[in-house]
Design a binder for this molecule. Structure first.
Ligand code: SAM
Length: 387
């Protein structure tokens, strides 16, 4: 039998039973069972705390280091010794007993492993939430590589042959994109990977970037294939984002939710690591952006420095305002600059909130039938390779 004394209470662990007897000499009433997040100062711990709070779980946050700001945010941050310190078991068990802890979330591998062993050796009625951080990373890697294996044939089909990206490169694109908020799904991203091997050299232009999910993918692929420099154009402005042809929720509701000063900053944070040196942006609408682009063929700003363009487009991604008139105008403005063999990606060709991209796409397919080498629809976008 092991016994720890903590303040006025005694915790007795009886061998051969999985019973944890709690003797409270002062008071026997226990609070509702709670989840201990430890260490709660770890970024994953903070994230778990926020999610558990949203689920209305009873949470106790603890750490071995003090963080005044987090303590304020979390309401309370308790201090426990490091797990290897001799005082840890008693202090931990005191916390378990007084706060009625029945689950623990631990984002640090060494702490998870220590607790796992301690809980099992002492048959404590406490469950560790999820698997160990190391196991989670192994599973995350396996899942990603399985997705690469599953996507390989699909990417080859979109490429119209064998795509020469390695598994690691495909995985890197998927992982990078998964970390960025956005409206480009994985099928579209897979198809984007597929088309670059057959793209000519020239500029890569995107109309409509939001916070840079597709722009980051284009930047990585353009660098990998040495296609050319990338330019993203977005006004990040509520009036431009309003889509008059769409239902109320899309037209007004979503548009009003954004903070239009945060958007370009979030965009730069997401695209800088992959784009620096060969990527820039214009905070402009497609029309004014096009005029500036044609006038100088160069964009300079303090975040990305100076980036020069060729004035001939190899890959064009149109994903701005989806109203029919705007998509039509985007195509009229930019497509004349496309070079032979260039790819157009027309987003939301299949879209439940409006038919602007489809109408424009169908007209292109019809009018340019003789100039089109290949075309397919993937991830709701229309991909066209012009010859
Ligand atoms: C659907 S989001 C783009 C999603 C992004 N491509 C992604 O992968 O997440 C549409 C974007 O188009 C932008 N936009 C709206 N009107 C525009 C215009 N006239 N020119 C350029 N961008 C425009 C909006 O500000 C918004 O950020």
């Amino acid at each position: 039998m092991q016994q720890w004394k903590a303040g006025q209470q005694t915790l007795i662990l009886s061998e051969g039973t999985n019973q944890m007897q709690l003797t409270n000499h002062a008071e026997n009433r226990l609070p509702e069972p709670a989840i201990l997040v430890f260490p709660a100062t770890h970024p994953d711990g903070q994230q778990y705390f926020e999610i558990a709070q949203e689920h209305d779980d009873r949470i106790v946050a603890a750490s071995s280091t003090w963080d005044a700001e987090l303590s304020c945010q979390m309401g309370e941050l308790l201090i426990l010794p490091y797990v290897d310190e001799p005082s840890f078991p008693a202090r931990f068990l005191e916390l378990v007993r007084t706060r009625n802890i029945n689950r623990i979330y631990s984002p640090v591998a060494a702490v998870y492993s220590w607790l796992d062993r301690f809980i099992s050796e002492n048959k404590l009625p406490i469950r560790l939430v999820g698997s160990s951080p190391i196991k989670r990373e192994l599973v995350r890697f396996d899942r990603l590589m399985s997705k690469v294996t599953r996507s390989r044939r699909f990417i080859d089909e979109c490429a119209g042959g064998t795509c020469d990206l390695s598994d690691i490169e495909i995985a890197a694109v998927f992982r990078m994109a998964s970390h960025i908020y956005g409206e480009s799904n994985e099928h579209k991203i897979a198809a984007m990977m597929a088309i670059f091997c057959s793209a000519p050299t020239g500029d890569v232009i995107e109309i409509g970037s939001l916070v840079g999910k597709s722009a980051a993918v284009l930047a990585l692929l353009a660098k990998r294939y040495q296609t050319g420099n990338v330019l993203a154009i977005d006004p990040w402005q509520a009036s431009a984002a309003t889509q008059h042809d769409s239902p109320y929720t899309v037209r007004v509701g979503l548009v009003a939710e954004w903070d239009y000063e945060m958007l370009p900053q979030d965009f730069a944070i997401n695209t800088l690591p992959v784009g620096l040196g060969s990527f820039n942006y214009l905070r402009q609408e497609s029309v004014t952006g096009c005029a500036l682009f044609q006038k100088t063929l160069s964009v300079t700003n303090s975040t990305f420095g100076r980036v020069d363009y060729q004035g001939k487009i190899a890959v064009m991604h149109i994903d701005g305002n989806h109203d029919y008139a705007q998509v039509k105008r985007d195509c009229e403005l930019w497509l004349p600059m496309m070079v032979k063999g260039g790819w157009l990606i027309l987003d939301d060709y299949v879209w439940i909130h409006g038919d602007g991209p489809r109408r424009v796409g169908d007209t292109l397919l019809e009018q340019h039938a003789r100039d089109i080498e290949r075309a397919f629809v993937c991830g709701k976008a229309l991909f066209i390779k012009f010859n």
